[in-house]
Design a protein around this ligand. Structure first.
Ligand code: DCP
Ligand code: MG
Ligand code: MN
Length: 344
């Protein structure tokens, strides 16, 4: 029977257990064996009847090696084990590095860490049997470009190439840059382009997105697709990709997003796509408090929510406003704010 609380070396057992758990969580080749050997050592310590006093005494216990004996002495002398903090920061550091790859979140990053990968080169080499998706490969290939922000002027230059191409497909299109650019920031993480078209002549922008993507690829402006629209002929669709200034030697690959919406949603879409995300959250919260619901399609009323979980909506509600940003501000009772003022 293993007793867990009354060992005279309980503090040592606790620290070594914590370190073992850290290695276990990773289960990379080396970590697996470390966890295994700590496990053996902890079992031996549990059965040891006296308070350990020296490294030599620790070495005498079956299963305790030289390095573990040093750790035991460190715990005896300082009450702490620095290796624990190191293991904690190391995995945070590495998984943060991995999350810089486009489309990689915490869960995948930890899986790769657990497989024994510690660097981008490890991932490239497929260490530990890790396999990257096509999009993750693109993310890895352009890691530095994707993780650096572009000067505002470069965003404008790229957009000034895109806009005339869009207008040559349909001169009645509305095409504008949103996101941080519209908020006037001096640098932009990506280029966010909103696309729509008035329908007063009975026509729509259906089909413009696939044509535009094709022409932008042909012009060397788009370089990679990261996420194509699910329904490219729908009036509402999204695209994510990489672009660059063609004919400029060494121009960096930049992130670009398109959002296409029906003309009637343009106000709500402008509001949503201008952000920033924190401002949007505040506006959505304000809407919810007033019994409305706000998203990129519009402001909706008579939304019936699950009283046990206010996030769950039983219906979409009725459309209250969506054509202009101004009316949405007004109905929510929020004083008008210029794009550059819409920040946390
Ligand atoms: N948005 C949001 N919530 C999210 C993501 C986006 O409300 N989780 C909205 C607000 C953002 C806009 O979409 O301003 C564009 O998204 P980006 O991620 O491109 O963010 P920004 O353009 O604001 O900043 P950056 O310069 O980093 O691209
Ligand atoms: Mg942006
Ligand atoms: Mn974006």
């Amino acid at each position: 029977p293993q007793r867990t609380t009354d060992s005279p070396n309980q503090d040592i057992i606790d620290k070594l257990t914590e370190l073992m758990e850290l290695h276990k969580a990773k289960l990379g080749g080396e970590d697996h064996w470390r966890a295994f050997s700590y496990n053996k050592c902890i079992r031996a310590l549990r059965n040891y009847p006296r308070r350990i006093k020296t490294a030599e005494e620790a070495r005498g216990i079956g299963g305790v090696g030289k390095k573990t004996a040093q750790k035991i002495v460190e715990i005896l002398q300082t009450g702490d084990l620095r290796r624990i903090a190191y293991e904690k920061t190391k995995d945070v550091e590495v998984t943060r590095l991995f999350q810089g790859i486009y489309g990689v979140g915490q869960s995948i990053a930890f899986q790769w860490y657990a497989a024994g990968c510690r660097t981008l080169e490890d991932l490239q080499a497929g260490k530990g049997g890790v396999k990257l998706s096509h999009v993750q490969r693109i993310g890895l290939q352009h890691y530095d470009d994707i993780n650096s922000r572009m000067p505002r002027a470069e965003a404008r230059e790229i957009f000034e190439l895109i806009k005339p191409i869009a207008l040559s497909i349909d001169h009645k299109l509305f095409v504008e840059i949103m996101g941080s650019y519209r908020r006037g920031k001096v640098d932009c993480g990506d280029i966010d382009i909103l696309l729509t078209r008035p329908t007063d002549d009975g026509s729509t922008h259906s089909g413009v997105i696939p044509r535009l993507l094709e022409e932008l690829h042909a012009a060397g402006i788009l370089t990679e697709d990261l996420a194509l629209p699910d329904e490219p002929f729908d009036l509402e669709c999204t695209y994510r990709g990489l672009c660059r200034l063609p004919h400029v030697d060494g121009s960096r690959h930049r992130r670009i997003d398109f959002l296409s919406v029906p003309w009637t949603s343009r106000g709500a879409a402008l509001l949503y796509y201008t952000g920033d995300d924190i401002f949007n959250r505040a506006m959505r919260y304000k809407a919810n408090v007033l019994g409305y619901s706000l998203n990129q399609k519009g402001l909706f009323g008579n939304v019936v929510r699950d009283p046990r979980n206010r996030r769950v909506k039983f219906n979409d509600g009725v459309l209250i406003a969506s054509e202009t940003e101004e009316e949405i501000f007004k109905i929510l009772g929020v004083p008008w704010q210029e794009p550059h003022e819409r920040v946390r």
